[in-house]
Design a binder for this molecule. Structure first.
Ligand code: ZN
Length: 306
């Protein structure tokens, strides 16, 4: 039954690990492995390429590859730097030509986007944003990213939006200087997993829901949701990533923050009695990211009529 479907491969390239997978979709992932994102891109990409070639020998020809990468990345096909990671703070990974290198080696079509845009497309295709025209996916992990999909396309202008770096109003009494190497106390600098780790000297993973740091985090992320609603008016906002997934109480806190912040200025059922469905977890859970890479591969095939 699945044999007429194209075989797809995906790489979710993260700041600490890459998830590589091969399959047909969420219902049929044939294999998946993790490779550490080392400080030397060459060695990391070599390991990925070897894995994909091993899979090709085992499972057969791969119709397309999707690469969902940490950023910032250049997504403009007209640009000389298309397919490159650009100004990342991750040592060694600045100006790495991801797509060009993988195309030369693997000789298959490659769909390329940010990791959050990939996750948003996966949710649009297979998850909690199916049937929606205009929606957003927020990830709160080591960093904070926002993917926005409009009419089936990732929102993009001179580059992809980086809403994790908006300026926000600090919570009264918050003296933390922030962890963003570019802006200090931008949203990511105040509320990402890395920011939390620096604030309290430990990973947010095992913190109890009543830990006081969550109030600062919810205060900051509530402002992101407010900005998103008033500037983008998405039909739904999905909130994923390791920090949110590990702390389910945050979703309820964020709905309260958003409602209180908007103060009933905008009238829509999504912001009133439907708020639980409006601000919600991704349906694909922790697989939204890796499946995002497969979704990018599928999109690439469709764009060429494959
Ligand atoms: Zn920043």
């Amino acid at each position: 039954m699945t044999k007429t479907r194209p075989l797809l491969a995906g790489i979710e390239l993260g700041g600490t690990k890459c998830v590589c997978l091969i399959g047909y979709g969420p219902d049929e992932v044939l294999a998946q492995i993790e490779i550490a994102t080392g400080l030397a891109p060459d060695a990391t990409l070599q390991a990925i390429e070897t894995q994909l070639e091993t899979w090709k020998a085992h499972y057969g020809s791969i119709a397309a590859l999707g690469v969902a990468s940490f950023g910032p990345v250049d997504l403009d096909p007209r640009s000389r730097l298309y397919g490159h990671i650009t100004t990342t703070a991750k040592p060694g990974w600045r100006n790495v030509d991801l797509v060009g290198r993988l195309e030369r080696r693997l000789k298959i079509p490659i769909g390329f986007d940010t990791d959050v845009n990939g996750a948003a497309h996966a949710e649009g295709r297979w998850g909690a944003a199916r049937g929606l025209r205009h929606f957003a996916y927020v990830t709160v992990g080591t960093g904070i990213g926002v993917g926005i999909v409009t009419n089936g396309q990732s929102l993009q202008g001179i580059f992809h939006p980086e809403m994790g770096h908006i300026r926000i109003v600090r919570q009264a009494g918050d003296g933390f200087s922030g962890s963003c190497p570019f802006h200090g106390d931008c949203l990511e600098g105040l509320a990402s997993g890395e920011a939390i780790r620096r604030r309290i000297g430990q990973s947010p993973k095992d913190l109890p829901p009543e830990h006081p740091v969550w109030a600062s985090v919810a205060h900051a992320l509530g402002q992101l949701l407010h900005v998103m609603v008033v500037s983008l008016a998405p039909e739904r906002i999905l909130l994923g990533g390791g920090v949110i997934a590990g702390q389910p109480h945050l979703l309820a806190q964020l709905r309260t923050e958003l409602t209180s912040s908007l103060n009933h200025y905008l009238l829509a059922p999504e912001l009133e009695d439907q708020i639980d469905a409006y601000v919600r977890a991704p349906a694909l859970g922790a697989m939204a990211g890796p499946l995002g890479a497969l979704a990018l591969a599928a999109r690439r095939l469709e764009s060429q009529g494959g």
